[in-house]
Design a binder for this molecule. Structure first.
Ligand code: BYC
Ligand code: FE
Ligand code: FE
Length: 482
């Protein structure tokens, strides 16, 4: 017997699921492994495969003390299959099977739906690694470089997590899906990744920080919903993934926070009071706050699209089936079946916006998106505190839900960030005030010069307040040349 808390490192694939006693799945994973390594070498961090990176690796699934830190070459990282411990007597917490014992095998009637959820979740993980592969060459410090790579190897592990479920529970078609997860490519014309935001570029470090704040936070919300699943192996997998996810959002929140800090400090030092004096602020070699707002607008709205249509029968079906719950499902005080409930959905009505009650089951994407927007709003509030402390007069805001959308109710219309309907000409005329223009992109790109000296930070970003694993900011987080 294996100890469910500790991770077995005897097989090529570290795991706490007893792989060495599960020949069929071990063999399938071992066959998939070389293709994964090929993918990592081709599509993983460009230029740093030989570097020694101070990374955490999971050694246990015990929330207290699950990780150890050491220098690792990324291709030698031990990507493992780790599930949170099984909860005794767990039941399906919602939907038409509510109260039945949680499933340890795939419920036959819901097989296709479950497979689709696993494949979509799995597809986003390698996509993000692909999107971020060029960033290493322009990292603002070794500390940031290490954080990028930590996020990348863990997204790689999240792919392993989904591939394990596909191979263990879905036989031949699971193996086919696992192979295809290594074939699609972010941004490709003929084999793109499945969801919109994962085919967009992540051109610079401000985008990377916005992505890990906004898009990894979609990951958090989706994983929280899947962690409620009546299919117990999925629930356990997602619960462990969420422990890793917290660091990804930390990287994003503190990354943007440090850029804000540096810009405001530089403005104060130079005696510039007007945050809109873009030219003077850029002359200081920092990113002006209006441009940071534009990046926020971009990444928030791309991430809103990841929640699908506000009214969705897919969402209703996966909830009814007990496969995908709500954020904090077990803490919500209702019948967890929702057959008689409604939920207000924002819609375009007579040239304005208004809420319309929809059946709660159909409106689950909207509900999760609302939970997400609330969570984002809190983070933006923490950014605004950083700005306020410096005395600079500027507030970041989340744009209106209808602004710059490509999926759902608002996909066909144009709206301003403060929620006014626009015709095509008005939108075109003002777009560059609200979203990064090519000129903004060029300016940010001009700042993206690598800083690879230990303890030094690029001019556009402040030093972190705390290091990683109790280490200081001038620790050698990456040994670029061994
Ligand atoms: N782009 O009923 P609808 C993460 C498709 S992030 C393209 O509106 P549904 C991570 C949809 O597939 C979390 N297509 O939507 C973060 C469907 O197509 P089919 C990832 C889209 O199904 C950072 C059609 O439109 N995990 O982990 O209710 C770094 C109508 O669908 C999009 C999950 O998303 C789009 N944005 O909801 C690394 C969880 N939106 O099937 C990792 C699993 C919709 O009719 N996924 N479509 O051809 C789900 O729960 C749901 O599938 C979705 C969509 C929330 C994605
Ligand atoms: Fe992930
Ligand atoms: Fe993540």
């Amino acid at each position: 017997m294996h100890d469910a808390m500790n991770v077995d490192y005897d097989t090529i694939i570290p795991n706490n699921v007893g792989l060495s006693d599960d020949r069929r799945v071990l063999k399938a994973l071992e066959q998939w492994h070389p293709g994964y390594i090929d993918w990592w070498m081709d599509m993983g961090p460009e230029g740093f495969q030989e570097a020694l990176v101070y990374l955490r690796t999971a050694v246990s699934v015990d929330p207290k003390g699950w990780a150890k830190f050491d220098y690792v070459k990324m291709p030698e990282y031990r990507w493992g299959v780790l599930l949170a411990p099984q909860e005794e007597g767990r039941v399906v917490p919602f939907g038409e099977h509510k109260g039945e014992p949680a499933w340890q095998e795939v419920p036959g009637e819901h097989r296709a739906m479950l497979r689709r959820l696993l494949v979509i979740q799995g597809d986003t993980e390698p996509a993000s690694v692909e999107q971020q592969r060029h960033l290493g060459t322009t990292a603002p410090s070794l500390y940031d470089l290490r954080n990028l790579f930590q996020v990348n190897v863990e997204e790689g592990r999240h792919l392993w997590a989904m591939v394990y479920l596909l191979q263990k529970y879905f036989g031949r078609d699971g193996r086919e899906e696992a192979a295809e997860l290594l074939q699609r490519r972010s941004g490709s014309d003929d084999k793109p990744r499945m969801l919109g935001a994962f085919n967009e570029a992540t051109p610079d470090w401000l985008s990377f920080f916005m992505f890990t704040f906004f898009t990894d936070r979609d990951g958090k919300m989706q994983l929280e919903s899947l962690a409620q699943s009546g299919f117990d192996p999925l629930s356990r997998t997602c619960r462990f993934m969420l422990t890793e996810e917290a660091h990804h959002m930390f990287v994003g929140e503190t990354g943007v926070g440090r850029a804000l800090q540096r810009t405001c400090d530089a403005m104060n030092e130079a005696g510039i009071e007007d945050p809109n004096d873009v030219e003077a602020i850029r002359a200081l070699g920092v990113i002006d706050l209006p441009t940071i707002q534009k990046k926020l607008n971009m990444h928030y709205t791309l991430s809103l699209d990841l929640f699908g249509s506000e009214v969705s029968t897919n969402a209703a079906n996966s909830f009814n089936a007990g496969l995908k719950g709500r954020f904090g499902e077990t803490k919500i005080d209702d019948d967890h079946q929702l057959t008689n409930d409604t939920y207000p959905v924002l819609k375009c009505i007579n040239g304005g916006f208004d809420y319309v009650d929809e059946p709660a089951l159909s409106a689950l994407n909207m509900r999760l998106r609302d939970d997400y927007s609330n969570d984002c709003g809190k983070g933006v509030g923490r950014w605004n505190k950083i700005i306020a402390k410096t005395g600079v007069d500027f507030e970041l805001k989340l744009p209106h839900q209808a602004f710059h959308r490509a999926i759902g109710e608002f996909a066909q219309i144009e709206a301003s960030p403060d929620g006014k309907f626009l015709d095509a000409a008005e939108w075109e005329a003002q777009r560059d005030q609200w979203l990064p223009s090519s000129e903004d992109g060029d300016y940010i790109a001009s700042l993206m010069k690598p800083e690879s000296e230990t303890g030094k930070y690029a001019n556009w970003i402040a030093e972190p307040k705390i290091g990683i694993d109790g280490k200081p900011g001038d620790f050698e987080y990456v040994r670029i040349h061994e």
